[in-house]
Each structure stands twice: as C-alpha cells, then as structure tokens.
Design a protein around this ligand. Structure first.
Ligand SMILES: [Zn+2]
Length: 511
C-alpha cells in the first residue's frame, strides 16, 4: 500500500455519551498455531515433526562435496530449494490488533534443548538458503513491521526438542507459544534397523515431547497399522511416551505366504489429533509405509520332493540349454549329468551350502548347472526359500557364462576374471549380486529359516563392504565397470534406510 493514509489506527466507533478524550485501543499481540487451542499453546505446546527426508527425494549427483558420495540421499535439512512435497512444516501466525500499526513486532526464539532445533521459512515449501528467516542476537530474534501482520511463518523441525516463541510489541502484552519438535524413534536391541526381527522386542519412543518427554501430552498407539489406536494408557513402569511390543505372537496374523515379510504402519497419536508415523519402512519410489518385520512364522508353500524329479516340478525353474546357462559343448568328465533339463539336480553330497553352482576351470569358467543339497529340506524352509536360493545360484551361472562367452564383450565378469586370473579374487562381487536377488524377491522371508536364521540383508551387506574394499585396488577400466556395477545395485536398493548411516546394515555408495 502506498502511504497516503494519514490515520494509523481506526478510531473506535463514537458513542453518543462518550467523552471527547478516547485513548487509542491497547494493542493486542498474538502468536498462535492453527489447530492448537489457546489453552494448550503454553501448557502442552504445538507439536511439529522432525522434517522427514522422504518428501525430499534428492540424491547427490556426480562429484558431490565430501563426505558425500554420488547417489546417496540428501538430508532434507541439507536441501535448500523449494520442496513442493513438503508436508511437515508447522504454520504459526503472528497478529497484532488493531491492524495497520507503526513499529516492529519482535519474535524471540528460546530453545531449551538445542539452539538449532528449528528453522523458519516464509512459506511452507521451504526455499533457497537466502529465504531462511534469519535470527540474530541473544536470544535469537527477528522483527516484522507491525503493519504487515497478520502473517504466517512456517517452522521446520530439525531435531527433537522444545522451543519457546515469544512476541513483543510496545504497548502490548507479551504473547508466547511453545513448540515441541518430535520424532517417533523405533529401535530393537538399541539400534534402528532396516528389518526388525519378530522374535525380539521392538521399542518405540516419541523423542522431543518436552522436558522429561512428557509435558502433558496423551499418547495413543497403533502398532499393527489397522487404524485403531489400541494402546491408550502408559505401560507399567514405562514413560508415557514409550511402548514396546513383539511381532511374533501379537498381533495375530492369518497364516499365508505373504506374511513371511510384512510392513506395519506404526503410528502414535498425541493429544487426540496429531499423528506421527514410523517412517523407517518407506520403500524407494513409494509402497507401503511402516516398519519391516521378518516374521519368524515359518509360513509359505510346501517343498517339492527332495529329489531331482521333485525339483523338476517347480515351474519357476525354467531350465534349458539356452537359459540360464547355454549349452556347453566341452562338457568335462564327471559333469555329463548336467545337460538339458537335468542342469538342476538334487545331490545329497552337497552338505555345506543349500545349493552350489557347478563349474570348472579358470579363465574359461565352464558352467554346468546347480546342485541342490538336502539342507533346505531338513531345516524347516519352504518352497519360497528354495526358489530364492536357486535363483541366487542362477546369478552365478550367468556370471560364469559371461566370462566363458565374453558376452557382452568387455562385461564386468570377464574384466574381473581376467584381472584376478581366477574366480577367488572377485567372489564378493558375485555374491553381492546373488544375495541382492534374494533381498528383492518379495515372496521369500528376509530371514531364511535355517537353524541359525540366515539373514539375507546381513549377507548382502557383508559382501557389499568387501566389494567397496576391493574397488580402489582395481585398475582402470575394471574399476570403472565395477563402480558402475555397484552403483546399479545401489540405485535398485528398495529400502531408503539402507542408505542412512544410523541404521544397522546400512551401506555406503561406492566412492
Ligand atoms: Zn552365492
């Protein structure tokens, strides 16, 4: 508005009986958050979640600044650009009445837990670094011209803790609003996990709900994702913001194969209206949200007979002389049994592993077939485990065939085999691809039901880390291709948390 208007405040309506010396009305100053009743704004305070990286979706491009690596996710609080999907900033409103007054309203930010718990934005989709509302002084503060109010600003929660906003304006009473930056943390055996085990207790805590984590909030919990908040009172001996459960016995689950891996949309409701979801279980590119649990339920489909004829009844094993291994005319003595449909065999002599790839020679990598041992049949596993295990071995057959035929020319397996002059030096590269295929197979449990509970995600991570150790020692061009191979797997990892260092079994991208 241009400044033609001379009056600074509207005069109160004249009453016939009023005297001629009416004082201007006292300014009334307000800081509020929509949806937070005035009675609650200091007693409990307005909750805002720690800004969740899942609505960011940005990854470091090539040559990122140290210590970041190409393809790794960019934390939301590091990402200073418009984020159109942002849905977790808290709106707060500043107002001074009557409107149009001269002077400045001062907003102080007093943080009880950490000075960097929040960041303030002029709009709810964040923006560039220069858009951040700068706070200076002690306590940190900023000012707004009173005649620009009412105004909304948006609070980004950076880490759990309590923050007190205070507004001042000459001639008006101070007003205050308390903010609790909260986060639902899920742990098992003291760690955040990508996949939780049904056999062990899972521990949930709302962080940042204030001093002593309480501040008068009520906490209601939905641990099985059915939309009902079944737990409404504190557990005996625990803080009100903490619950624990085991997914092995309760909630009860219908007995079907899909239950071998499951995602529970865990949520906690604060004060009857603010809902925090566990975000650990979001899959890259969408999918179910919640925590992933490997159900120790031994569910699945019955195994075929433990003999070669039994294996040949499984339609998922599509064996021929062109797939998956191609006909090898130079069949060596002792391997003649591996041909045609018989390229998959039951072999009671295979005792170390569940199944083995049968190949011969160095440099040439003659590939014959897969021998399945008795272990799958004697350890309580199911048909889904068998299929995932054989598919893992098929990956190895294809790797050997790629060496044998050099097709496509200059492929990663041929380069690695030539460099190491044999199969042993690059075994982690072969295994990382094998275990990854099992991790991606949604029909099989994340944990094979062997006696020791073979953990596929752990097997994958162990081999991945060995690959990262080998990678720097490789000469160009092997190194270039090996890095591309690992980057391709890294891109396909379906679990966002697997790329976050605070989780057990997280991995880093190749340097
Ligand atoms: Zn393997």
């Amino acid at each position: 508005m241009a400044g033609e208007t001379k009056t600074t405040a509207p005069a109160p309506p004249a009453k016939p009986s009023s005297t001629s010396t009416v004082a201007p009305p006292k300014a009334v100053l307000e800081i509020t958050s929509p949806g937070v009743p005035n009675a609650d704004k200091m007693s409990r305070g307005a909750p805002v979640r720690v800004n969740d990286d899942h609505d960011n979706g940005k990854f470091w491009p090539a040559n990122p600044p140290a210590p970041h690596r190409e393809l790794e996710p960019i934390f939301d609080f590091e990402h200073l650009e418009d984020t159109p999907n942002e849905d977790d900033l808290l709106e707060i409103k500043l107002d001074v009445k009557p409107a149009g007054q001269k002077g400045n309203v001062t907003l102080n930010v007093q943080s009880q837990d950490a000075a960097d718990s929040i960041r303030l934005w002029p709009k709810k989709t964040k923006g560039k670094a220069t858009d951040v509302i700068t706070l200076t002084g002690n306590p940190p503060q900023t000012q707004f011209a009173a005649n620009t109010l009412p105004k909304s600003i948006f609070v980004e929660g950076l880490k759990p803790g309590q923050v007190l906003f205070e507004v001042n304006f000459p001639g008006a009473s101070v007003d205050r609003l308390k903010i609790n930056v909260v986060k639902l943390r899920v742990q098992q055996t003291g760690r955040q996990k990508i996949i939780y085990l049904a056999s062990e207790e899972v521990f949930f805590r709302v962080l940042g709900a204030g001093r002593n984590e309480v501040v008068g909030y009520t906490f209601e919990w939905d641990l099985d994702g059915d939309g009902r908040f079944e737990i409404t009172s504190p557990m005996p001996g625990k803080d009100p913001n903490v619950v624990t459960t085991k997914y092995g016995g309760s909630p009860q689950l219908p007995p079907n194969a899909a239950n071998t891996r499951k995602v529970f949309d865990v949520a906690v409701r604060l004060n009857g209206n603010f809902i925090l979801h566990a975000t650990d279980g979001l899959f890259t590119g969408g999918g179910a949200a919640g925590i992933r649990v490997a159900l120790d339920s031994h569910q699945g489909t019955a195994l075929p007979a433990d003999n070669t004829a039994g294996l040949h009844t499984v339609p998922e094993f599509r064996w021929s002389d062109t797939f998956p291994i191609k006909f090898d005319s130079s069949s060596a003595p002792g391997f003649a049994q591996f041909k045609g449909a018989d390229r998959i065999l039951f072999d009671r002599a295979v005792t170390g592993d569940a199944a083995q790839t049968v190949f011969l020679g160095t440099g040439k990598r003659q590939a014959f077939g897969v021998a399945v041992g008795p272990r799958i049949f004697t350890s309580g596993q199911v048909r889904e485990d068998l299929i995932a295990t054989v598919n893992h071995e098929i990956k190895h057959l294809q790797q050997y065939v790629a060496v044998r035929d050099n097709t496509p020319a200059g492929n990663i397996w041929k380069l690695l085999d030539d460099h190491f002059s044999g199969a042993n030096g690059y075994k982690p590269f072969r295994e990382v691809e094998g275990h990854f295929s099992e991790l991606l197979d949604t029909r099989v449990s994340w944990i094979h039901h062997t006696l020791e509970g073979q953990n596929e995600i752990k097997s994958f991570v162990d081999e991945w880390n060995k690959c990262l150790t080998i990678l720097p020692s490789l000469p160009v061009p092997v190194k270039v291709e090996a890095r591309k191979f690992l980057q391709d797997i890294y891109r396909k990892i379906p679990f966002f948390e697997m790329k976050r260092s605070q989780y057990t079994d997280a991995i880093r991208a190749p340097e």
